[in-house]
Write a protein that binds this ligand. Structure first.
Ligand code: FAD
Length: 461
């Protein structure tokens, strides 16, 4: 009887998941495991965990739904606490699994965890099957090697569009759960007696409140909560595959907001100014290929437009930064940037701390920046326009090293994704993929263009 472990990472969905489909088809017994890595709880420069509270809430909701949905098709989702590279080899041995399946990640830390896991599994000759699940276009089908991905987005886009997106999109048939009918759960009550599972289950239960707000996070919240802004976006951003799918269908088909995306995408307040798909995309409860199919189905019914096409272009930006991360590896995170240029001058650490404090407590001299920061700290979301302005202000006006800004966003964003976050920050700092060098935003001018009646600033002041 073929037995396998499916290690769930940022592919927290049942639909459009070719790797999970494969694991179901190839095995008679399967267990899914999600491992909470303590390294994600390390404190960043702003003294809060890397995995901040908005993302933890969203993750907890996602995992709960996934666990329930898997349970319905008789598959167990184990949530364990520890380092995956240590836990997985033990689990494989103790559960007698023949194969380990997992989705490939782009960031160096996650990739080294993969390599260590594989190296530790080598003596047991366990089969390891890994695949890309988070891209819009399949990296294995690119018309160039990943290391040769063009550094400028428009060149990249031209090259992939020349081949035709239709030929490159990472698609997956919907999962046929009837194949799991015959499967035996690998973790029956009996097998749960195994040492590793038990030990790490105990650890997770002692971390029972892992998703609750920590005192240091609460202090950050209190600093901005003298102003309570609108909560609609936060209420909409609930974790779980079904919530994500509902949002996609609502945005594209029910509200047909996709028809005006190009014109509204820079909006700051409206629930349908932009898609708000990013948080579900970041933890993989939505597959970009599935969204692509929904957009194509909309275009078939209602016709394509610059707006509907632009949603796909934005998804290509997401892929572009992932490829850049794979291409430049650790350089992607360095202050001097991917080409080793040093553009920021050395500044006094005390000044940096003071400036950072102004940003985090939303008490800078710029009401537009403050409003965006209040929204971020309170809800975990900030519009793309807001992110660009806050980043530019931090880098150019406050002269905070861009890497510190990226760390702040890593902890605070509900949709944090290493490639999109660090890639966009480096881009704005002029040490990344912007062929025009750094961008300095005139905050007052931006405010008058994108919040002409002051409604956004008013809502968050
Ligand atoms: C400083 C900075 C940091 C950022 N950090 C992140 C991050 O950690 N995670 C993240 O998902 N996005 C990040 N972005 C990109 C972008 O701001 C968000 O994806 C977007 O605001 C999410 O809202 P939406 O889903 O409504 O986007 P929409 O405008 O509706 O776009 C649709 C989708 O396209 C993708 N997308 C759009 N713009 C970008 C972009 N510039 N780069 C990469 N992908 C894009 C996202 O997946 C998004 O969900 C960052 C941008 C900046 C300027």
């Amino acid at each position: 009887m073929a037995k396998a472990i499916y290690w769930m990472r940022n592919d927290l969905r049942l639909g459009s998941n070719p790797l999970l489909q494969r694991a179901l088809t190839e095995n008679q017994a399967l267990v899914c495991v999600y491992i909470h890595d303590p390294r994600q709880f390390a404190r960043t420069a702003i003294s809060v965990p890397r995995l901040g509270w908005h993302r933890r809430r969203f993750l907890a909701q996602t995992l709960q739904q996934l666990q329930d949905d898997l349970h319905k098709v008789q598959i167990e989702l184990l949530q364990l606490w520890g380092e995956p590279e240590l836990i997985l080899p033990q689990l494989v041995e103790e559960l007698g699994a023949d194969t380990l399946y997992f989705s490939r990640e782009c960031a160096p830390e996650e990739r080294s965890v993969e390599s260590f896991t594989c190296a530790r599994l080598e003596p047991s000759r366990t089969r390891v099957i890994r695949a890309w699940t988070g891209f819009l276009i399949n990296p294995d089908k690119l018309p160039f090697a990943i290391e040769e991905t063009p550094d400028v987005f428009s060149d990249f886009r031209r090259r992939v569009e020349k081949v035709g997106l239709e030929n490159l999109v990472l698609r997956a048939p919907e999962i046929d759960f009837s194949v799991s009918k015959n499967s035996r759960q690998l973790t029956t009550a009996g097998t749960l007696a195994y040492r590793t599972v038990q030990k790490h289950l105990q650890k997770i239960s002692s971390q029972a409140a892992w998703f609750e707000i920590l005192p240091e996070e609460s202090a950050l919240l209190q600093a901005v909560e003298q102003v309570q802004g609108p909560r609609e976006k936060m209420n909409l951003l609930c974790g779980g595959e079904r919530q994500g799918q509902t949002r996609v269908d609502d945005y594209i088909f029910n509200k047909r907001s996709i028809a005006t995306y190009f014109e509204t995408r820079n909006g700051l307040l409206g629930l349908n100014d932009s898609t708000l798909f990013s948080a579900w995309l970041a933890n993989g409860s939505l597959a970009p290929g599935w969204i692509y199919e929904r957009v194509k189905s909309y275009e078939k019914q209602f016709g394509s437009s610059k707006s509907s096409e632009w949603v796909v272009v934005e998804l290509l930006w997401r892929d572009f930064f992932k490829l850049m991360l794979l291409k430049y590896d650790v350089k992607f995170f360095l202050r001097q940037g991917i080409h080793g240029e040093i553009r920021t001058r050395k500044i006094d650490r005390r000044d940096v701390n003071e400036s950072l404090n102004q940003i985090l407590t939303a008490s800078t001299a710029q009401p537009f920046v403050n409003a965006n920061m209040r929204e971020l700290v309170q809800t975990g979301f900030m519009s793309n326009r807001g992110r660009q302005n806050v980043a530019s202000f931090m880098i150019n006006d406050l002269e905070i090293p861009w890497t510190l800004g990226a760390w702040c966003f890593e902890s605070l964003l509900i949709d944090y994704d290493p490639a999109s976050n660090w890639g966009n920050w480096a881009y704005l700092a002029g040490v990344g993929n912007d062929p025009r060098g750094s961008r300095v935003f005139n905050i007052e001018k931006q405010q008058s263009m994108y919040d002409p009646d002051g409604l956004y600033v008013q809502a968050w002041s």
